[in-house]
Write a protein that binds this ligand. Structure first.
Ligand code: ADP
Length: 360
C-alpha cells in the first residue's frame, strides 16, 4: 500500500512516498518557493499537483488511485489531539482554531490538507501532530506558574514539539535494547537547528524542554532557549522594540548565532573555535552546558535512565560533542545506562502512524 507523506511549510512542500507494510521509501522531493513572485507554483494546491505530476512522470505511480493514504505533518494539535486522526471536516475546524497558537505552521499544514483533498478526493488523509506525543505530560509539569486564567482563556501551557522525532528514536532504542518501551526510561535529545530533550517513561512523554512554543529550553541554532523574561522587558524598554521585533530576535538572531555572531551552523562554529575565536568557543560551551543541565534534570525526574539517545543534524554528526557528553553522563549514571546516536526519520514515523490509523 502506497502512503504519501506531506510536510508543508509556509513556502515549501517536502514529500516522501512509502510502500507499507514494507516501510520502503519509493520517492522523495521538495517543492520550493511557493507563492513567491518568480515561482510557477502559486499556492499549496498547485504544489500538490506538481508533486503528483512528478510521481507520475517518474513512473513511481501509474495512477492517482495507487496512493492509498496521505499522512500530513501538522505542527500544533493543541489539547484536542493526543494521537493521529483521520481528517474530516471536524478535524479541519479544530486545526483552524489551533492555528492561533502556531500561526506560522498550522495554516501551511492546512493548505496542504486542502490541496490534497481537492486533488485526491477519494484518498484517506491523516493528520499527525508534533505535539500529540506530549499530551501524556502531567498537569503539574505542563502548567506555567502564572495566573491560571491565562491557561483557561488562551491555552497558555507547555505543549512540546518534535514529538514524531522523539517517538521514532525511542522506538529504535527499544529495538536495539530488545526491551519493550513499556519497560524503559529514556532521555531523547533532538539536536538539529531546533533542539529539544524529552524524558520518556514506559513509552510516554513525562517532560520536554520546548514549551508553549519551540522557543523554550535548550540553546538552539538561532533560538535563545530559556531566558529570564524580565531581561527581555528590560531590553525592549531600552531599545524601544516592538513585540514582533523582539520575537524575531529571540527566534532568529539568538542562540549559537547570537552568541558567536558568526553562524547557527555547528560545523562553522567548531572550525572557528579551533582557530581560537572566543565567541565561537563560548557559544559551544553554552550549547553543551544547557544539554547537560536538561539531561541531569530528566535523570532526576525519571529516577535514572536505561538509555540516552542523540539525534538530528547536530546529534548525528558530531562525535566529538557526543563523546564529551558521554563522558559526563557516565560520571553520574551507571554503566547500565546506554548512550546511542540514532538518525531520526520523522517522515517514516508519520508514515508508520498513518498506516496504523488507517488499518484500524
Ligand atoms: P533542522 O532542525 O532544520 O531539521 P537538522 O536536524 O538538519 O536541522 O540540523 C541542522 C544542523 O545540524 C546544522 O545547522 C549543523 O549545525 C548540523 N549538521 C548537519 N550536518 C552536519 C555534519 N555533517 N557535521 C556536523 N554538523 C552537521
Amino acid at each position: 500500500m502506497k502512503i504519501l507523506i506531506v510536510n508543508c511549510g509556509s513556502s515549501s512542500i517536502k514529500y516522501k512516498l512509502y510502500d507499507f507494510p514494507r516501510r520502503l521509501q519509493l520517492a522523495k522531493g521538495l517543492i520550493e518557493k511557493i507563492g513567491e513572485k518568480a515561482s510557477a507554483v502559486n499556492d499549496h494546491s498547485q504544489g500538490i499537483k506538481v508533486l503528483i505530476k512528478q510521481l507520475l512522470d517518474d513512473k513511481i505511480i501509474d495512477s492517482l488511485t495507487e496512493i492509498y493514504a496521505v499522512g500530513h505533518r501538522v505542527v500544533h494539535g493543541g489539547e484536542y489531539f493526543r494521537e493521529p486522526r483521520i481528517i474530516n471536516d471536524k478535524v479541519i475546524k479544530k486545526i483552524e482554531i489551533i492555528a492561533d497558537l502556531a500561526p506560522l505552521h498550522n495554516p501551511a499544514n492546512l493548505a496542504g490538507i486542502m490541496g490534497c483533498r481537492k486533488i485526491l478526493p477519494k484518498t484517506k488523509q491523516v493528520a499527525v501532530f508534533d505535539t500529540a506525543f506530549y499530551q501524556s505530560i502531567a498537569e503539574h509539569v505542563y502548567m506555567y506558574a502564572i495566573p491560571q486564567q491565562y491557561y483557561r482563556k488562551y491555552g497558555v501551557r507547555k505543549y512540546g514539539f518534535h514529538g514524531t522525532s522523539h517517538q521514532f528514536v525511542a522506538n529504535k532504542v527499544s529495538e536495539l535494547l530488545r526491551r519493550p518501551l513499556s519497560k524503559l526510561k529514556l532521555i531523547t535529545c533532538h539536536l538539529g537547528n531546533g533542539c529539544s530533550i524529552t524524558a520518556i517513561n514506559k513509552g510516554k512523554a513525562v517532560d520536554t524542554s520546548m514549551g508553549f512554543t519551540p522557543l523554550e529550553g535548550l540553546m538552539m541554532g538561532t533560538r535563545s532557549g530559556d531566558v529570564d523574561i524580565a531581561s527581555i522587558f528590560y531590553i525592549m524598554k531600552k531599545e524601544k522594540l516592538t513585540i514582533e521585533q523582539m520575537d524575531h530576535i529571540l527566534n532568529r538572531e539568538s542562540g549559537i548565532l547570537g552568541i558567536s555572531g558568526i553562524s547557527n551552523d555547528i560545523r562553522v562554529i567548531k572550525g572557528k573555535a579551533r582557530k581560537g575565536n572566543k565567541f565561537a568557543k563560548l557559544a559551544l560551551e553554552m550549547f553543551i552546558y544547557r544539554i547537560k543541565k536538561y539531561i541531569g534534570a530528566y535523570f532526576m525526574i525519571l529516577g535514572g535512565a536505561d538509555a540516552i539517545c542523540f539525534t538530528a543534524g547536530v546529534g548525528e554528526n558530531n562525535s566529538d560533542i557526543i563523546k564529551g557528553l558521554k563522558k559526563d553522563i557516565y560520571k553520574i549514571a551507571s554503566r547500565s545506562t546506554k548512550v546511542f546516536v540514532i538518525p531520526t526519520d520523522e517522515e517514516l514515523m508519520i508514515a508508520s502512524l498513518t498506516y496504523k490509523v488507517i488499518k484500524k
